[in-house]
Every structure is written in C-alpha cells, then in structure tokens.
Write a protein of this length. Structure first.
Lengths: 308, 431, 317
C-alpha cells in the first residue's frame, strides 16, 4: 500500500484474492457470468416491459401480454403516449418539484444525520444511548400510521410565507421536506458504518489538536464514501416516491410532486400506455442518481489513514 | 485540490441558498380566508388529467366570472383516484375550498360531518334532475350532479347470435336462468377465455357500486333503508344468501374470473371475453372497436327486476366557505341545461335533465346512447343514504370478495351484518 | 479465526503519547458532552417534532373512539378498542400472516441480497450494468410492478407457463388462500432485494483489502476467505440488515394493498394493512391506532430480542 494519494476510482475494491497456486478455471468465470445474466433478466424484465409498452397503444399492451412480445418492441410503435403525457400533465412543474424536494431532503439529511450518528458513535454523551434507542424505535412505525396526527401538527405550526406569518404549512414545499430530513434509517446506517472505522484515527487527530468538528469533517466523512452513497440513494428513493403525504398536504399544482401525477392517468378510462410513458420518465432521475453514486462503492479505508 | 474545494464551496452555497428560499415562503400555494384565495372563491374538482371534463368545467367557470362582477371562481384540479383522501385531509385541516365536487354516496357522510352547507332556493330546478343525481340528507339538499352513469352488459350481436342466445331488451331482460344458459353456450363455443367478465379486478368503490345492485335485484340490500339502523334480514336474509351463491357460482363454474385483468375493456375488445359488465364510460371504446356489432344490454334480473348503481359525482358548497352567497350564486348559475349538456358531452355520460339530453348527440330519444339514460331511469338504485356508508361500502367489499373466493355465504354475511350494525350503533345512528 | 489480523493502527509511530503536547481538553467531561449534543441537536429536534409527537398522538388516540370524519370530538374509551381488536378474527389472521411473512422473508431476502452483492463486488467491466439492473425493481413504480405481477400470477400467466415447462402444475397464485401469501413473499423479495444489496455492498467495502491478500498468502481458498475474512468483517452490516429487514417485513403494506387487498379469505392481510383500512377507509381512527400500538409493541419486543442476541460480544475498541 503506497502513501501517495491516488484517484479514488482507481482503488481496488476489496474482494477475495486468488491464492497464487490456483488460477480461476475458465468455466467458473463463465458460470458466474451466466448466473448474472439470468438474474439480470429476472430483475430487469419489468423495466423492459414498462419501456417497451410506453411505445405501444393501450389495446396492444394487453393483447401482447399473452406472450414474449410483451417485452419486445413490436407492433404499432409511436411516441404518442409521451406526447400525451406532456399534454395531460404539467410535467415539467411536477418533475421540478420532485427533484427539488428530494434533493433538499437528501442533501440536508446527509449533513444532519451523519453529524448525529458521528456524535452518537464516537463521543461520550450523557443520554446518548437512550437517544439512539429512541431514534431506532421510531423506525418501527410505518408512515401511514402517523400521517393523520402529523397532518394535524403541521397545521398548528407557524409559517412565514414571504410577507407575513400564517398558521399551517399546507400546500408548501416546506411541509414536504422538513418532516423528513431527520431520518432514523440514515442515522442508524451511518452509526453502524462509523462504528467500523478505527477509533485510533480520532485519537491521532486529537493529538494533532483537531477539534470534534474537524475530526468529523476531515477524517470521518472522507472515509464514509460508501455510506454517503448508500444513504443518498436509499433516502432519495422514499423522498422521490412520496405519495400519501403529498396527497394530503398539497392542493395546488405549483407544489405537487411527480408521484401524484400518475393518478392523472387513472381517470375513468385508464390510459395504460401513458402511465408506462410517465413511469418511464420519472424513473430516469433515480437511476441517474444511482449510477452516479454507485461509483463511490470503493474502499476508502484503504486509501486513507496512511497519508503522511 | 483547490479546484475541488472551490467547486464544493460553490455547490454548497447554491444548495444553502435554495434551501433557504424553498423553506421560507417563496413558493406558496394557496392563501387567504376559508375556502377563498385573494378574494376568489376556490373550487376543487376531481378531474385533473381528464382534459375534456376539466375544460367543460372551466368554461362554465369563465362564463360565470364574465357574467357578473361580484364573484370570481378559481378552479383547482385534483386527480380522481386520490381525490377523496385530499378532501378528507383538507377537511381535517379546516382548509376546504368553497365549492367542491363529491362522489355521490359520500354526500350523507360529509353532510353529517358538517363539511357541506345545504343548497337553498334550488328546489324547482333540481326537480327536473334525475333523482339519483340529487344528494339529499336529513330532508335537505346538499348537492347535485350534471350526469349519471349506467352499468350495462356489453356484448356483440355476432357473438350472441352465433351462440344462439336471445338478445334481451329493456322490457325483457335476461332472467337468472337465461343468463346462465347464455354463459353455458358461450363457454361451449370455446371462443373465449371466459364467457363473461365482471371487472372483478377493479378495486375501491367499484365493488359496492357494481355488485350491490345484483344483491338488490335478488331481493336483498346493504342495509334496511327504513331507519338505517340495521342490516339484519336484508344483508343476510335468504335472498342475500341466494345472491351470494349465484355470485360464487359464476366463479366456480368458470363463467367469470374471480380477479379480472387490469383493463377488462381492453380484454373484451381484444376478444378474450364474450360479455362485459362495466359502466357506460366504456361504451366509446367498445363502439370504436365493434361499431354496429356492439350491444349494450340491461343487467340481469335476479328476481326483483334488474338493478344498477346510481349517483356519480355531484357538486356542493362547503360550510366553512367564507362567502356562502357567492358559492350559492355559482351553483345556481351552473345548473342550466346548456351546461349540463356541455359536461355530459365532455364525459360521455348521461345528462341529468331531459332538456339537456336533447342537446347531446347520441342521447336524444332514439340516439345511440339513449339506452343508458333509459337504464338509469328504470333501474338505478342509489347506494344507502346514510353517513355510515363508507363503512358499509368497505365491509360489503370485503364480504363480497370473501364470498367470491369461496367463503361460506351465510356466515360471511352474518359477520358483515354484525360489523355494520355495530358501526351504526356506535355512531348513535348518526343522529 | 486466528488468521484475522486486526488493522494496524494508522501510524504506528504516533501511538498517542500523552502529556508531551499541550492537549486541548477535548476528551471526556462537559466539553465533549456539549459538543456532542450540539451535533445531535438538529436531528433530535426534528425527530422529536415530526416523529415522536405524531407517534405519541397516534398511541394516545388508541384509547379514544376517534373518527376520521365526524362532527363529534373524540371521547376517551379506555381499553374498548383493544378488547374489540383481540376478539376480531381478521386481527389474528393479520398477526399470523405478518409473522409468517417476516420469518420467511428475513433469511431469504437478506441471504439472496448478499449473494447479489458478492456477485457485483468486482471491478470487472459490466459491474455497473449488473448493479444497476439488480437495483431496477427498487426504482420501478409500484403501479407498473403490480400490474405486471398481477398478470404473471394469473392461472395461465407467465409463471405457470414456465412451471408447466418443467412439468409442474402451478396454482392460481393470487386466488388460492394457500398460495397467495407465498406469491406476495416472492414479489416483495424480488422488489426489495436490490435495496439490501446496496447496503451489503457498502459493508463489503469496509473489509480492508490487505486482509484478503494476507489470507491468500496463507493459502486460503475463496470459500475460506469468505468465512474467515468477509463474514466476520460484515458484522456491523449484518446487524443493521437483520434489524431493518425485520422491521420492514413487519410493516408489509403496499404490496398487499395493490395486489390482493388482504384476500383471498384473509390470507394476505397484515397488521399495517388492517390499520390503514380501518383508519382511512372505514374511518375508525381510534381502532386503527389501537392496531398500530399493538404492532409497535410487538415489533419493539422482537427488535430488542434481536439486538440482544446480536450484541457485540467483543469489547468495543
């Protein structure tokens, strides 16, 4: 292991190493690849179905369900469904709202939750264990169960709407973001991850005179690449998929997010082709985020800790 | 390293600024007094995504706004699927709009809860409406609708003739035995995956709307409408058990699927089933595919005459509206025949007055769709007019689903009766 | 186990030699506690306000006869809701289904997710592609997923067609009370596996690469490396996944709502599904809160037992 700082992407992902005496047999590699391909088919087919169907007219979607052609782009293909989507739904507004809400929730959450996890995991705080226990206990309660009391509560809170203080947070961006920034799942994940970072790193930094915040910023967080990526992805998803809460708290299309938009296509005559098109488009941002962040699944411990 | 740091700083600054702007009020939705926004009367409607219906409503609103200077109405559209939840949440937050539309069977529930204000001074106008489209509770009128929707059995002339099945008419609908005979013949022909499709894959309000009429046709009902105190004897009496056995029999025989596909109309149009039981909204699609071969037939007579569901979306005024006079003025303005015709035409539904029907192509006497209006006039039965309806609806849905999956009819219905009675009682019979 | 080498301290030369340098009093005492609470405060305030308060209100409502839509205010009714709950057949069916679902899916889904993570924990070409594809079910809209699976589960649907090719007569998956829960299990596992694959992947990154090299030098086979290097290194991740999968499994709701609505014949109803149904559709908020309270206590007990069984037996460093 060298001391020079290398590009993170070059770092070897730790994986089992072949002992020198055995070369991996070719059939072994082939079998693994075959397994991966079969799994890729199993996991990937619904997306293929969705995208392919988004180019087909409604009647054909159901007609094709009979066989393999459901997954193939055959028949009467066109972009009519996509045109219909933009026509029927204020799509740009919805997409913007969803992105804004999700990015803010995740971004602010990353900072707030990692700070909390850092404090809980590496510092001695009176009442810290209890706090952690209570935070974990909130993981148990599903959102639907506490949605109504939460609704009542946000209606009591004061809100500054640019000109005056009013009561109630209904129909704003705030109500869709703030209740979800602090997230027990993120805290727990960061906590477990930080636990596996050696405490000697902290002590070394303290000897150098670093304060706690400095340790957090310069030692722990750079090492937490995989955890940050995981938390970013796994909290973006629920924020993006929010459905029940926006239903209850948004009233105007100005702040309505994209998930509620699916219902626009489920009027008396459901247009399945347009639903497929819409669903395809709103999957793209999440996938892009995933692809961008999964590069961080590389070992940061290997590179850190050895700097001069 | 420097470049990364400064880029990171810029990114962080932008992020912080966005957060600050967003979380304070620089993007707001509504505001203003109860149900109003900047002096305008806010109206909610369930048809976001349905361009034709929304456009029709909006044109009525613009006509109203243009016709006088005192009041302005503003439309906010919601998608239908989740509309009820949005309204319930708004009611819980005391942020209901001034004018809103409501699904017919929910009117008693919302009126009792104090969400709705009675519509005064409209009795003579509303007397001309199809009775199922006027929402009354406790002696007062709370809502009216522009249209109603009828359920029908749909099929093709060629199919029925090839199978040797009599084509029923409104005066001579299929009897229970005839219907079974028709299904047997269709099954024997081997052309279809299932002889009939009752759209059992749909969820939500569809189940009470579509299947309680069969219960009523057999002689039972969801609750004893004399006093609305108990369902005993009507939901679990011998007639009801007969209905349950018939319903389950259809599945056991292979005549219908217990859980249809996601889009039964598409399946019917694609030739997978021979008879489709669905609402008038499907007519356009069916006619587009089968043209003159399409048939729209009355429902089955299980003993007491065919029955279909009644009451669709209706309009009302909220009690917390800051400007009741304005809202009422709009309601009176909108109840004109030409507007009824406009909305019905846009939605492909039955106009509620005769005069409006004359203005809508297809619904004039003898027109293609006039038959639906006949069905509605003759067979429609509204769902029970009680604030306990939402509970009755979900209980019936579960019971019907259990029955269709093979549960014992009598004990399932007994349990449903027990639950419904308990709920009516615990609410003090909604006095 | 003896071949495990603990990662050496970062700089052996800097083993904390106390005293010599003037150390700011960071460790121990009030300053550490203060700074700690400052760091914890934002999250703590938000959690208190937006999680603990609503949860507390929910549990409080369990002792009232609150209604979703009603002109009358809620009245205190003591244990009435709980009595009604424990005499309700549907509740016991929900409880049974929830437990069965959890017991089956926790090992199944976490194990398979680990297999997936191991498969994509490489730097070979195409890894990004496979990682993304395995993650796809998690991001695809539930509306689309449910439509497709509803279709695949039909008596003559894709799954039975495939089964018949190997000579098995498949049942009517969603229509048969004996098979419906299994159908939901398979679909849920399929849908959420990518989620846990990510977490395993992150955990796999914390195993220092030099341990593998050291084990290889000692002549360990790949399986031995997994058992003695990877598996112990994943302890923290293992605990995390076990607890979160269990909690998520207990909270099964969406799949039931879109696929089976609790049927057929109560074979797929779950506690959360029943709570939502009674609260939102049947408008019995108080009763729904009672279900939620029972649910909370149940899951809390199970989670505590899990934490106890998986507690860190090694002394913390």
């Amino acid at each position: 292991m060298t001391d020079t700082i290398r590009d993170v992407a070059d770092i070897e992902t730790p994986h089992p190493v072949e002992p020198e005496r055995h070369r991996r047999p070719a059939w072994r590699a082939g079998l693994t690849l075959a397994l991966k391909i079969v799994l890729a088919l199993v996991f990937g087919l619904p997306l293929v179905f969705m995208i392919v169907s988004s180019f087909k007219p409604d009647a054909q979607i159901f007609h094709d369900l009979d066989g393999i052609q459901a997954f193939l782009p055959v028949g009467d293909l066109s972009v009519d469904n996509y045109v219909g989507v933009f026509d029927r739904v204020p799509f740009a507004q919805f997409l913007f709202n969803s992105i804004l809400i999700s990015v803010l929730t995740v971004g602010l959450g990353l900072i707030m939750n990692s700070l909390a996890a850092f404090a809980l995991s590496r510092m001695r705080i009176p009442g810290g264990r209890i706090a952690l226990g209570v935070i974990l206990a909130t993981l148990i309660v599903p959102f639907e169960v506490m949605a109504l009391p939460l609704l009542w509560e946000v209606n009591q809170l004061p809100y500054f709407d640019g000109t005056q203080i009013v009561q109630g947070w209904l129909d704003t961006y705030t109500v869709q973001i703030v209740p979800f920034i602090a997230n027990a799942f993120s805290i727990f994940l960061f906590y477990q991850y930080f636990d596996s970072i050696p405490k000697e790193l902290d002590e070394a930094a303290r000897v150098d005179g670093a304060g706690w915040f400095r340790i957090y910023r310069s030692i722990i967080m750079p090492l937490a690449g995989p955890a940050v990526a995981t938390v970013a992805i796994l909290t973006f998803l629920p924020a993006w998929n929010q459905y029940l809460w926006p239903l209850m708290v948004t009233q105007s299309e100005a702040v309505r997010p994209a998930m509620v938009g699916i219902d626009y296509f489920k009027q008396l005559n459901t247009s399945w082709g347009q639903i497929m098109a819409y669903a395809s488009i709103i999957t793209v941002p999440v996938l892009a985020l995933f692809v961008a962040f999964q590069r961080s699944f590389v070992n940061s411990i290997a590179s850190q800790g050895l700097k001069g | 390293m420097k470049k990364t740091t400064s880029r990171a700083i810029v990114a962080a600054a932008v992020f912080a600024a966005t957060a600050a702007l967003t979380l304070t009020g620089c993007a707001k939705g509504g505001g203003g007094g109860a149900g109003t926004s900047d002096g305008q009367l806010v109206m909610w409607t369930h048809n976001a995504g349905n361009k034709a219906e929304l456009a029709a409503i909006q044109s009525i609103v613009s006509d109203f706004n243009a016709s006088q200077k005192k009041y302005t109405v503003k439309v906010q559209a919601f998608p239908q699927d989740s509309y009820n939840q949005s309204v319930t949440a708004a009611a819980a937050s005391k942020k209901l709009p001034c004018i809103l539309d409501i699904d017919g069977p929910n009117v008693p529930n919302w009126a009792w809860a104090g969400y709705l204000a009675p519509l005064t001074g409209m009795d003579s106008t509303l007397a001309k409406f199809l009775p199922s489209t006027v929402g009354k509770y406790d002696g007062k009128t709370y809502s009216y609708g522009f249209y109603d929707v009828a359920l029908a059995m749909m099929s093709r002339k060629s199919t029925l003739e090839a199978a040797g099945v009599r084509i029923p008419t409104i005066d001579q609908p299929w009897t229970k035995a005839e219907f079974q005979d028709a299904l047997d013949k269709l099954k024997a022909s081997g052309t279809f995956a299932y002889p009939a499709d009752f759209s059992t894959g749909l969820t939500g309000e569809w189940w009470p709307y579509a299947y309680s009429p069969f219960l009523q046709s057999a002689g039972g009902d969801l609750i004893d409408r004399d006093g609305y105190k108990t369902a005993d004897g009507v939901l679990n009496g011998p007639d009801a058990v007969e209905w349950a056995k018939w319903f389950r029999g259809l599945v056991a025989n292979g005549d219908i699927s217990a859980k249809s596909g996601a889009d039964p109309v598409a399946d019917f149009v694609n030739g997978k089933t021979g008879i489709l039981y669905d609402g008038g909204w499907a007519a356009e699609q069916v006619r587009a595919q089968f043209k003159d071969d399409a048939l729209f037939l009355p429902s089955v007579d299980l003993g007491k005459g065919p029955k279909i569901g009644g009451a669709s979306w209706q309009w009302g005024v909220s009690k917390t509206c800051g400007d009741q006079a304005g809202a009422l003025a709009y309601m009176k303005f909108a109840a004109a025949d030409k507007y009824i015709a406009k909305v019905a035409k846009a939605t492909g539904t039955i106009p509620t007055t005769e005069a409006a029907a004359a203005m809508v192509p297809g619904y004039q006497p003898g027109g293609d769709n006039a038959i639906f209006r006949e069905f509605s006039k003759k067979f429609a039965e509204v769902r029970p007019v009680t604030p306990g309806y939402p509970f009755i609806a979900t209980t019936f849905t579960k019971a019907a689903q259990d029955i269709i999956n093979g549960a014992d009819p009598k004990s399932t219905l007994d349990q449903a009766v027990k639950d419904i009675d308990a709920n009516q009682k615990s609410n003090n019979y909604f006095q | 186990m003896s071949t495990i080498v603990k990662p050496a301290p970062a700089r052996s030369g800097a083993a904390p030699a106390p005293a010599r340098r003037a150390r700011t009093r960071l460790v121990g005492g009030r300053k550490e506690a203060a700074v700690g609470w400052v760091m914890l405060l934002p999250a703590a305030v938000l959690i208190l306000t937006f999680l603990l308060v609503p949860i507390g209100l929910t549990f409080g409502l369990a002792f009232t006869n609150a209604r979703l839509v009603s002109p009358e205010p809620a009245r205190f009714v003591g244990m009435d809701n709980f009595v009604a709950l424990f005499t309700d057949d549907t509740f016991w069916a929900s409880l049974r289904n929830t437990i069965v679902f959890t017991v089956v899916i926790v090992p199944f889904q976490s194990g398979l997710a680990l297999v997936l993570a191991l498969l994509v924990n490489t730097r070979t070409r195409g890894t990004t592609f496979f990682r993304t594809v395995f993650f796809l079910p998690v991001v695809t809209s539930i509306v689309v997923v449910s439509m497709l699976w509803l279709f695949m589960y039909q008596k003559d649907g894709l799954i039975n067609v495939l089964l018949s090719k190997v000579g098995i007569q498949g049942p009517d998956w969603l229509g048969d009370p004996h098979w419906a829960l299994l159908a939901i299990i398979l679909m849920s596992a399929w849908q959420a596996m990518g989620f846990h694959m990510i977490i395993w992947l992150a955990g796999l990154q914390t195993v220092p690469a030099e341990l593998y090299e050291a084990a290889a030098l000692d002549g360990a086979t790949r399986w031995q490396q997994f058992a003695h290097v990877t598996w112990p290194g994943l302890r923290a991740t293992r605990t995390f996944i076990l607890i979160t999968i269990t909690i998520a499994a207990f909270g099964l709701f969406t799949q039931v709502q879109v696929m089976t609505q609790g049927g057929p014949l109560n074979s797929t109803t779950t506690l959360v599904f029943q709570a939502v149904r009674s609260g939102f559709q049947q408008q019995q908020t108080g009763y729904a809160s009672a279900i939620s309270l029972v649910f909370f206590v149940l899951v809390l007990v199970v989670t505590l037992i899990q934490r106890f069984l998986t507690r860190d037996k090694e002394a913390r460093r």
